[in-house]
Design a protein around this ligand. Structure first.
Ligand SMILES: [Zn+2]
Length: 392
């Protein structure tokens, strides 16, 4: 089996010749690329796909897009760097789309200010890029005063549309060749829409204080994502992932039941009607959501963090429903082992894999991502252990 056949076998519910080794190395790669600390084996790799091709992993990644182009007529975006110690702001290239994925690194000691200008008001956020973790942290969210900012937010959601770009998808598939499958990222669920614009805490409070306005917004947003799913149903790709960060801390079971179930079912029905698969990104605790995840029609979760980072062991995740596909297995607490990693990682992988037999519906992947503190040697140990213990 080549890597592409292996990935497709798992996606179609079969038992592959061995467990696919499909880590998400994006953040790890970007950090080391920009710090000049890539291992010699990855010298010259321009992006994470280059690195995965060089490593000969079994590629199943949601980070090869975006394949849906977003347009919001009537809305302008601007971005500025504002020195933290004062001084004039400098305008820089704005992000290509909102919500903002695939962030570029920013310089240290500046506030990254993004403005979204609509005829009904301007929304502005303020973030800080931390090179030590290679992540952007939001200090101030776009929507701060719901009553003041709602018209602009609603204008943005009402005027947003997405168009699948078949040429971009074809180019990525061509680069992948026999080494894997591109996982197509989609927009996010309603609750995540509020998290993006208002943050997780205020976003949750908006739902309580302004339920009617939030429901109106969700209805418009759902229509956008339904349109996206209809395009997805007609394209060549097989697997799609919602851009959520599913975690019961911010998607409590009652909130999920009230605002998320019908949305997921509607999107899943459209994709299932065309024999496509719907995933979502897991980013925390899932134990109390597992029955709702099944009811929502999700075919799998990507990047599941297992305990103690999450609370759902991977063998239990496999029981969410008969066809449920599990993607996860490597989280920071194994990635960063420095005390005899050969022994620790191999023992971990052997035990994990024992519980995952017969190896249908399982991708050995990263729980969320690969920590930037993961030694290169550990990635190689994971890969070798997957090859050794993952044979069917
Ligand atoms: Zn995550």
């Amino acid at each position: 089996m080549n890597s592409k056949e292996r990935v497709l076998t798992v996606l179609k519910g079969g038992v592959p010749d061995r467990v696919p080794f499909a880590p998400n190395i994006g953040q790890w790669f970007s950090y080391h690329k920009h710090s000049g600390t890539l291992p010699p084996e990855l010298e010259g790799c321009e992006d994470e796909l280059d690195a995965m091709l060089r490593m000969e992993t079994d590629i199943f990644s949601r980070r090869l897009g975006p394949f849906f182009a977003q347009s919001i007529p009537g809305v302008e975006m601007h971005r500025y760097y504002v020195p933290m110690d004062g001084g004039p702001r400098a305008e820089v290239k704005p992000p290509a789309s909102t919500p903002f994925g695939h962030e570029e690194p920013h310089p240290p000691n500046v506030w990254v200010v993004t403005e979204v200008v609509t005829p009904l008001g301007t929304l502005r956020n303020r973030a800080r890029f931390t090179s030590a973790s290679f992540t952007t942290f939001e200090e101030e969210h776009f929507v701060k005063d719901f009553e003041r900012d709602y018209p602009a937010l609603r204008y943005i959601v009402e005027n947003t549309s997405y168009a699948f770009d078949p040429e971009k998808y074809r180019q990525v598939e061509e680069r992948l060749g026999d080494q894997g499958v591109a996982f197509v990222p989609m927009a996010q669920s309603p609750i995540k829409l509020l998290h993006i614009w208002g943050g997780q805490v205020d976003g949750t409070l908006f739902l309580v204080d302004y339920e009617k306005e939030c429901r109106d917004l969700f209805e418009i947003h759902t229509a956008n994502v339904v349109d996206m799913a209809q395009q997805a149903a007609q394209c060549d790709a097989l697997a799609f992932s919602l851009g959520d960060n599913l975690d019961s801390l911010f998607y409590s079971p009652p909130l999920f039941r009230t605002y998320e179930i019908e949305f997921h079912q509607e999107i899943a029905d459209i994709l299932h009607g065309a024999d496509k698969l719907l995933f979502s990104h897991a980013c925390g605790r899932l134990w109390s959501l597992r029955e709702l995840i099944a009811e929502a029609g999700l075919d799998g979760m990507e990047g599941i963090p297992h305990p103690p980072l999450g609370d759902l062991p991977l063998d239990e995740a496999k029981n969410i429903h008969d066809g449920f596909i599990v993607n996860g297995g490597m989280t920071a607490h194994e990635q960063e082992i420095t005390d005899d990693p050969e022994r620790g990682i191999r023992a971990y992988v052997r035990d994990l894999f024992d519980g995952m037999r017969p190896f249908d519906r399982f991708f050995f992947s990263s729980g969320c991502n690969t920590s930037i503190r993961t030694p290169w040697e550990n990635l190689l140990i994971f890969e070798e252990a997957c090859h050794e213990f993952g044979s069917s």
